[in-house]
Design a protein around this ligand. Sequence first.
Ligand code: CO
Ligand code: ZN
Length: 336
Amino acid sequence: MKELIRRLCNVYGPCGQEEAVRRLISQEISGLVDEVRVDALGNLIALKRGTGNGSAPAARVMIAAHMDEIGVMVSHVDAKGFLRFTNVGGVLPYTLFGSRLLFANGSQGTFGMDGKPLATEKPEMAKMFVDVGATSASDAPVGVGDVGVFRSEFADLGKRILAPSLDNRIGCAILIQTLRELTSSPNDIYAVFTVQEEVGLRGAGTAAFGVEPDVALALDVTLTGDMPEAHTMEVALGKGPAVKVLDRRMIAHPGVRRWLVNTAQAFDIPYQLEVLEYGSTDAAAMQLSRAGVPAGALSIPSRYIHTPVQMVDYDDVQNTVRLLVNALSGPVDVGG
Ligand code: CO
Ligand code: ZN
């Protein structure tokens, strides 16, 4: 599975340009699902048909993992070939210096800042520029509207993995691996690889409207509180998948929460409860689809989210797959 993670983290796929990620995932899941379609926004919607539960029809369970990653979009090229830019998704200005940008056409670049920046200064994006090695506007290899993403080498640190865009290629990898390991299910499983999550959960909204799920679950990363003098938060690396209770845009459906917690306890899988004070996931958009959908999320604890190099624990990754496979292997019960 590490090889799959490495390949997913390397693919170029900023919000709105998820084609290459979608192509790779389509190849990986062909043969594992019964139907695949792509909707108007670019969501990849795969269905693995369930057997039904006795006389009851199969429940429709939608699992969403977003394919897109954050980046920066060129907004202006000056006479010397320096590029001004705007953020696509939640980019943190102080993480830009020293990072490597990759564009769709393979061009690379890094960041600089106007004037003589002091080490103590809080960088402002409006004062920063991208240097792609151009000497004039006419020889700049990229132009207005092109998007760069952050790239570095995948590294297997043993227990932990260091890679760019683990938010949320790790969720995509877990969903693919779950399809590989799920031999049979009473439920119709809609594995949905969504677009444009980082600019406001946009793809998940239309995908959920189309799928009309009975239950929805997002797979995404979450912050941790386990670093020196970190913001107080219960979640830590290596202590298992985090079952979402609350984030800024959603209160998880109590039945969905119970379903996940009961599964973890029944199969002796470590888990944590997640109360996230920043950000949200595709679950928030799915929950508000049509007349409302019981929704929750399984989060992969992650350090350095939205920076060019991110970290997850490999045991957490494997335990998330185990929890998901076991939860989906039986009938889904989110009532009571
Ligand atoms: Co994100
Ligand atoms: Zn994410």
